[in-house]
Design a protein around this ligand. Structure first.
Ligand code: PLP
Length: 427
């Protein structure tokens, strides 16, 4: 039998790289224990919700056509509602992605003449077109829904004065993005989101507070709905799909707002009653069941990457000692060669398409070429090991995911190997 070290060599990681990795890993033991505790807590939360709702094999059979009386779909939605301590949930494969889920939640709960407020700075890129910050067909702006934004203060904290000033009698809904996404601000903890929601409700008690929860699910023991969020929205090809969901999104929160979203997603008059689950129910249940552990593996990967690249002298964001509220790790690699080498390492570690070489290309919506590495079972899944970055200074790579901690670790070691092979680092 080959030893573990030999296995790493066989797959393409030198002893020297492995040794550095093991040293860094050893320094993270306590961090990993804390991450495991969070996963354990969340595992019990999900398990309890499944037991309480008496999940049985009958729930996995799925429906076709209109999807009336789909017990599996309805029970899964009740499980999501229970895990989020919310009144209601919409969990559907017909929601194509995170942006779609956010658009449905927004468009469903806003009416012409209303104003949408982002109290925590610029939202995720794709929302710019949803809102109409950048013109797009069918944007909220085209329907006469205006937008106001209060930027964060220099230190990343909420600008409460500016927020108070931007609330008016038309302000209907506030959208708060938990994860920094690909911006350079810190990710908000659920507690901080709670403070912001309390402030907003004090200024305007009937304001609907919606949280873009993408990448945040199960990183903490509580979710935004535990601290007053009226709506919480995310993608099933990120954390809550557990890597198994092949598509889908969720909207969870107060009954009246989730109901609006259901009427928007399907049709006025139909709402939650329709929507065939086809053969996907069992996968969505099982993915949600695995999600706490999968998320923990991805967080360990992010912390490990931060610690390893800190050791190699690169600026990392957040730093390795930062408590995580999402799964994204950014590393400034300083040169186009290093960015390419990093992505090639991630690609080489993939279970799918490990033999392809990622190349930078011009992507719509970006002002420079972008390089992406992903060898995923599900197209575009960013709970699976993936990395990308625009080819411009400071050549930041955004790294996330990993269905298991061991795979995340292998991917990061591979990235170091590629940098070493290209003489871009020494140690
Ligand atoms: C990924 C993401 C989205 C959009 O999700 P897609 O599935 O890519 O459409 C929105 N907000 C945040 C914070 C995200 O991370």
């Amino acid at each position: 039998m080959e030893s573990l070290n030999q296995m790493y060599e066989t797959i393409g990681i030198d002893k020297k790289v492995l040794e550095l990795g093991l040293e860094v890993e050893a320094s993270l033991r306590e961090r990993f224990e804390t991450i495991d505790k969070t996963a354990e807590y969340n595992q019990l939360k999900v398990l309890h919700a499944m037991q309480k709702n008496r999940v049985a094999e009958a729930h996995f059979s799925g429906s076709t056509g209109y999807g009336y009386n789909d017990m599996g779909r309805e029970t899964l939605e009740q499980i999501y509602a229970d895990v989020f301590h919310a009144e209601s949930a919409l969990v559907r494969p017909q929601i194509t992605c995170g942006t779609h889920a956010l658009n449905v939640a927004l468009a469903a709960n806003l009416r012409p003449g209303d104003e949408l407020l982002s109290p925590a700075g610029k939202p995720y890129d794709t929302l710019e077109e949803v809102i109409g910050i950048r013109d797009s067909k069918g944007s909220l702006k085209e329907y006469g829904i205006t937008y106001a934004q209060a930027d964060l203060l220099e230190d990343g904290s909420f600008d409460f004065d500016a927020i108070a000033r931007s609330i008016n009698d038309r302000t209907k809904l506030a959208t708060i993005q938990r994860s920094k996404g690909y911006a350079s601000r810190p990710t908000f903890s659920v507690d901080r989101i709670g403070e912001l929601i309390a402030f907003l409700k004090e200024k305007k008690p009937d304001i609907i507070c919606m949280v873009d929860n993408c990448y945040g699910e199960f990183t903490e023991e509580i979710e935004p709905t535990d601290v007053g969020a009226d709506l919480c929205v995310g993608s099933l090809i990120k954390n809550p799909g557990g890597g198994l969901a092949p598509c889908g999104g969720y909207i969870v929160g107060k009954e009246e707002y989730v109901e609006q979203a259901a009427y928007r997603l399907t049709s006025p008059g139909l709402g939650k009653e329709v929507g065939a689950s086809l053969g996907l129910s069992q996968t969505l249940y099982q993915g949600f069941f695995l999600a706490p552990t999968v998320t923990a593996g991805a967080i360990k990967g992010a912390v490990f990457a931060a610690a390893l690249y800190e050791r190699l002298g690169f600026p990392v964001f957040p730093s390795s000692d930062t408590i995580r509220h999402d799964i994204i790790q950014a590393i400034d690699l300083h040169s186009p060669e290093a960015l390419k080498a990093f992505c090639r390492g991630i690609q080489a570690a993939a279970p799918v398409d490990s033999f392809v070489t990622p190349e930078p290309w011009a992507m719509p919506g970006y002002d420079s070429d972008v390089i992406m590495a992903a060898g995923a079972f599900v197209q575009g899944s960013s709970i699976e090991l993936s990395a990308d970055g625009p080819l411009r200074p400071p050549y930041t790579v955004f790294f996330q995911g990993g269905l298991t901690w061991y795979h995340a670790k292998t991917g990061i070691l591979f990235s170091v190997q590629k940098l070493l092979d290209a003489n871009l680092i020494t140690f």
